[in-house]
Design a protein around this ligand. Structure first.
Ligand code: SF4
Length: 330
């Protein structure tokens, strides 16, 4: 159920890396919100800051990275002020995360059942027997037909798709309010990807869990999310409802991403790609960070960085071409 109540509000988040080559602003003033039961997608090429944004939410950014500004309001409380101990209670309990490669997240020397049960016992006051019952039930809920057998298996005995289902079961076993999924289907083949996406969609509806889906794959976004945030060089460049974004992309970068995604009726056509690469964080261009790759760049773009312009409620774009239609977003 998608309500209007806000679960997470990120305001002006800044996460910088202090490297020997200088300060790298990986996330540079990012603001967005997630409502209860809503699924949002954060998209962009690698290095755009989407994964660092998600790690920042859980205070999992490792050295030399550091949150240097902004607020992360979860259920009204600012997580940037939380100690490690307080964050441990939030992680895997109120907010869970699943990663791209489940094999690196599962411990190879313990059975799947032991790991799922342990995760349940870490967050719920239940004995071993009860944890086992909940674990098997959860494995069945994520579509594992022979849940009892899988419970006693070791991770290497399962296929990639099955391991990702186990990770989802673990992530959801404590009924988190928010699930952050970082490229959860990238390592899987297309048929399994579709199954996992359907599974996450069903579960989020059934359990009323909000989801932040981090991905470079616009196909996943189209299938799954309510709202899309497009990131480029550490900043949000566009944010909109998923239908609007696909129907009427505003930012030249979003248009480029969409043109480089295969569509059914275009199977024989050549896909366009976005010229050039994401600039190195230590050599960010002046003005609009996208201007060296933008086919519509004007002189102004090379000198002045565009702010985010609000076009309608919930739709924002960081591009001088939208200056007349929009108001500066606060
Ligand atoms: Fe392109 Fe200019 Fe818009 Fe940047 S501000 S995306 S360079 S048109």
């Amino acid at each position: 159920m998608n309500t209007n109540e806000t679960l997470l509000e990120v305001k002006e988040l800044k996460t910088y890396f202090y490297t020997e080559h200088g300060v790298v602003p990986s996330v540079d003033g990012v603001s967005f919100h997630v409502k209860k039961g809503e699924t949002i997608g954060i998209v962009g090429e690698s290095g755009c800051g989407k994964s660092v944004t998600s790690l920042s939410l859980l205070q999992l950014v490792s050295e030399p990275g550091k949150i240097v500004g902004g607020e992360i309001l979860f259920d009204g409380k600012d997580l940037t002020k939380y100690s490690n101990k307080q964050m441990r209670k939030i992680r895997g309990n109120k907010i869970s995360m699943i990663f791209q490669e489940p094999l690196t997240s599962l411990n190879p020397v313990f059975t799947v059942g032991m790991q799922v049960s342990e995760s349940i016992r870490l967050h719920q006051r239940v004995d071993k027997q009860k944890a086992k019952v909940i674990a098997i039930d959860m494995l069945a809920k994520v579509g594992i037909t022979n849940a009892e057998k899988v419970y006693s298996s070791f991770p290497h005995q399962l296929s990639g798709g099955m391991r990702q289902r186990v990770m989802i079961a673990m992530a959801l076993s404590c009924n988190p309010q928010l699930l952050i999924a970082d490229e959860p289907t990238t390592a899987l083949d297309v048929t399994i990807q579709a199954q996992i996406i359907k599974l996450m969609k069903d579960l989020s509806k059934r359990l009323d869990t909000s989801i932040i889906m981090i991905t470079h794959d616009l196909g996943v976004v189209a299938e799954m999310v309510d709202r899309v945030i497009v990131m480029y060089a550490g900043q949000i460049v566009e944010q909109n409802d998923v239908f609007e974004l696909f129907k009427n992309p505003m930012h030249p970068y979003t248009k480029g991403l969409l043109n480089s995604t295969p569509k059914i009726h275009q199977l024989n056509d050549q896909l366009e790609s976005i010229e050039g690469n994401v600039p190195s964080p230590s050599q960010m261009p002046r003005g609009c960070k996208f201007h060296p790759r933008c086919p519509l760049a004007m002189d102004k773009c090379k000198l002045m960085e565009p702010p985010l312009f609000q076009i309608n409620e919930g739709s924002e774009v960081r591009c001088w071409l939208s200056e007349e239609e929009g108001e500066m977003a606060l």
